[in-house]
Design a protein. Structure first.
Length: 350
C-alpha cells in the first residue's frame, strides 16, 4: 500500500534528556559501529543508507537500500571499504554485506523478544548524507509478533537516509533495524527484529546488484499485516475504518492482544464503551502486561465513577511502570471528557 508507508531512507536529531535512564557510555560503541552504505543508482545519482557493523567484516542494512543501485561500498567519515558480496533476505528486508576488514568494534546483539512497552530505546544512524551519525530517543510503543520475533514500533524518529540504522535498548544492545514509517508528521516508526539476522546468515552470498523483490511491509494486503493496516486509520482518527480492520484482525488472530486492544480503542472512540471494555479485557487475557489496555480501562472506569477499578488498574500499571501509573492518576483526576491523545497510553515521550 504505497500511500501507507514511506522508505525510511534517516533522521532527525533529538537530544537525550538527562532524566533518561540510558547510560550514555553504552551508546559510544554503537555510535562508532554505525556506517553509511553508498552506491550509484541506475540513473547515475548517488544513493545512500545506514548500516551497522555486526562482525569485523560484515555490515547489516536494509535490502531496499540496494534496490536501484550498483555495487555498494561502505564509508565512515573519509574512509571507504569495499563490499565483496551480500547475503540477502529481500522479503524480510535485511541484507548482510561482506566487506573489507573494518577497524571498528561490532555492536552487541540483543533481542526483540525480551522487550516491553514503554521501554526506552535509542536510534542511531545517518541523515541526509550527514557524515556523523545522529541520535533519536524514544520509547517502545507496540510489539508485533512475526516469524519468531517482534517487529518494533517506537517513538524514536527517523527520516530520509536512516534505512538500515540501528535501534538499541537501554544496555546499548542492537534490538532492531529501523526500516519504514508511515506518511505524515504524526508518523509511526518501525524496526525489524535483530533475530531475523540468523535467517539472513543462512542465505547464499551473491555479487549481483541491484537487488530485486518486494518486502513484507510493502505487501501489506498480501501478507495481511494488520498492525500496518490499522496505522493510517488510527493516525487519521478514522474510527469506522479502524473498527473494520481491527475486527478483521481479531477474527484472523483471536489470541492477539494488540488486535483486541485496537478493536477496543476503535469501539471506545465510537462511544461503544461496554464493547470497548470487553475488548480491553480480552487484550489483557492474552497479554497481562498490555499497559495500553490497562490505561484505557482505567480511563473508562473513571468516566463510570468506578474508583475501585481505577485503583486496580493504577496498581497493575505501577508494577510495570510507575511513570505510567502516575500518568493514569493524573488523567483520572480530569473531568470525564478530559482529552487523551490516541498515542498517550503506551508511554510518555521525553
Amino acid at each position: 500500500m504505497p500511500y501507507l508507508l514511506l522508505f525510511a531512507v534517516p533522521w532527525l536529531l533529538f537530544p537525550i534528556a538527562s532524566a533518561w535512564a540510558i547510560d550514555r557510555e553504552k551508546l559510544i560503541e554503537p555510535f562508532f559501529s554505525t556506517v553509511m552504505v553508498r552506491a550509484y543508482r541506475t540513473d547515475g545519482g548517488l544513493g545512500y543508507g545506514s548500516g551497522i557493523i555486526v562482525a569485523s567484516d560484515k555490515v547489516l542494512t536494509n535490502c531496499h537500500v540496494l534496490r536501484e543501485s550498483g555495487k555498494p561500498w561502505i564509508s565512515r567519515g573519509e574512509d571507504v571499504y569495499h563490499v565483496q558480496s551480500v547475503q540477502a533476505d529481500v522479503w524480510h528486508d535485511l541484507c548482510l554485506l561482506h566487506t573489507d576488514p573494518l577497524p571498528f568494534k561490532p555492536v552487541t546483539l540483543g533481542s526483540s523478544n525480551a522487550l516491553k512497552k514503554g521501554e526506552q530505546v535509542i536510534a542511531i544512524g545517518h541523515s541526509n548524507g550527514v557524515a556523523a551519525p545522529l541520535i533519536s530517543a524514544g520509547n517502545i510503543k507496540s510489539l508485533y509478533a512475526l516469524d519468531d520475533a517482534h517487529i518494533i514500533r517506537s517513538s524514536a524518529r527517523f527520516a530520509l537516509g536512516a534505512s538500515g540504522s540501528g535501534l538499541y535498548n537501554e544496555a546499548g544492545e542492537l534490538i532492531g533495524i529501523n526500516t519504514f514509517k508511515t506518511l505524515g508528521r504524526q508518523a509511526y516508526y518501525y524496526a525489524l527484529p535483530i533475530e531475523w539476522l540468523k535467517q539472513v546468515e543462512m542465505r547464499q552470498p551473491q555479487t549481483r546488484f541491484p537487488l530485486i523483490g518486494q518486502t513484507l511491509w510493502e505487501a501489506t494486503e498480501q501478507s495481511r499485516l494488520y498492525f500496518l493496516m490499522i496505522a493510517m486509520p488510527e493516525i487519521q482518527q478514522n474510527w469506522p475504518a479502524l473498527l473494520q480492520v481491527a475486527s478483521q484482525w481479531t477474527a484472523a488472530e483471536p489470541d492477539n492482544s494488540e488486535a483486541w486492544y485496537e478493536l477496543g480503542y476503535a469501539q471506545e472512540q465510537l462511544k461503544q464503551a461496554k464493547d470497548a471494555e470487553g475488548s480491553y479485557q480480552h487484550a489483557l487475557t492474552f497479554d497481562p502486561q498490555n499497559t495500553d489496555a490497562m490505561f484505557r480501562l482505567g480511563l473508562l472506569a473513571a468516566q463510570q465513577g468506578n474508583q475501585a477499578k481505577v485503583q486496580a488498574m493504577t496498581q497493575s500499571l505501577s508494577r510495570i511502570s510507575e511513570q505510567l501509573a502516575m500518568e493514569l492518576r493524573k488523567a483520572t483526576t480530569c473531568a470525564s471528557d478530559c482529552p487523551v491523545t490516541p498515542d498517550q497510553p503506551t508511554s510518555a515521550t521525553p
